[in-house]
Design a protein around this ligand. Structure first.
Ligand code: AMP
Length: 276
């Protein structure tokens, strides 16, 4: 695997791959790679000829400075992970490469806002988060010019925001959704899981168990979480899978989404259910 630190060398090498007739696959990440990222990279490896992983802890999508500072970073381990999976290139810019000059209210002067789908849930509890995400992903799309880009359903609202951005702004990239990868006990893999204490880690799988229960009974699901007083719920609800608006009736395809806090670690998860 080859490491790029600059936009210019990334563009140059991707253009060369394209001239060799290869299709380009992009997997944007914030690093601290785990098997959740692994499946995205494997899909990209199977479906495209030149796989670029990006590793960038994007400051503009963090609404809490402590979350940004404590976010795990380990480039050496991530590079070895990418090497094992046959990734061709890793683009890992520093903040100055991506945002030269001063940010205005923590954002570049030009930014991407996707209204509607980004308003509620993550958008409400993390003000500015999706503007930061949409903007950095738009920049990565323009830098890498991939044919296909891979995103996890673990971050289902983010995936919906990106799909809306690509449709509305005519990016010529195909977005490929990839199902959530879980630990054997059901906990969705996340870089933030590293920050759980052993006690919190023992409790965390109840999030997924409650999401599964919610297909039958939201009351039952909330009861399961209430039984773990260490967990503070930010939201737990049933939404339309495309618009992320609340559903009036539990019918048809519905996404049950949750965000909770265990101490100072914030975790999200969701399941797609089809209710008749
Ligand atoms: P992150 O590094 O957390 O920003 O995630 C980078 C990409 O990996 C996003 O598209 C995530 O949705 C995806 N991802 C993270 N965790 C998982 C998981 N457990 N299963 C599937 N995809 C994931």
């Amino acid at each position: 695997v080859i490491l790029f630190r600059t936009i210019a060398e990334t563009r140059e090498h991707v253009a060369a791959a394209r001239e060799r007739g290869l299709t380009v696959g992009l997997v944007p990440t914030m690093g601290a790679l785990h098997e959740g990222h692994g499946v995205l990279l494997r899909h990209a490896r199977e479906e495209t000829g030149y796989v670029v992983a990006t590793i960038f802890v994007n400051p503009t999508q963090f609404n809490r400075p402590d979350d940004f500072q404590k976010y795990p970073r380990d480039l050496e381990t991530d590079l070895a992970f990418c090497e094992r999976l046959g990734v061709d290139a890793v683009f890992a810019p520093d903040v100055n490469e991506m945002y030269p000059g001063d940010l205005h209210q923590k954002m570049p002067l030009a930014s991407v806002e996707v209204a509607g789908v980004s308003a509620r849930l993550e958008g409400e509890f993390r003000p500015g988060h999706f503007r930061g995400v949409a903007t950095v992903v738009a920049k990565l799309f323009n830098i890498v010019q991939a044919d296909r880009a891979y995103f996890g359903e673990k971050d289902a609202q983010q995936l919906a925001v990106i799909q809306r951005m690509v449709a509305d702004l005519n990016f010529s990239v195909t977005i490929v959704p990839v199902p959530t990868v879980r630990e054997p006990d059901g906990l969705a893999m996340s870089s933030r899981n590293q920050r759980l204490t052993p006690e919190q880690r023992r409790i965390a799988p109840v999030i997924y168990k409650a999401l599964c229960e919610a297909e039958r009974s939201i009351q039952g699901a909330l009861g399961m979480i209430a039984a773990a007083p260490e967990i503070q719920v930010e939201y737990f609800e049933a939404v339309d899978p495309k618009t992320f608006e609340p559903v009036e009736k539990m019918a048809g395809p519905v996404r049950i989404v949750a965000a909770v806090r265990l101490g100072d670690v914030r975790l999200i998860d969701n399941v797609l259910v089809s209710i008749r």
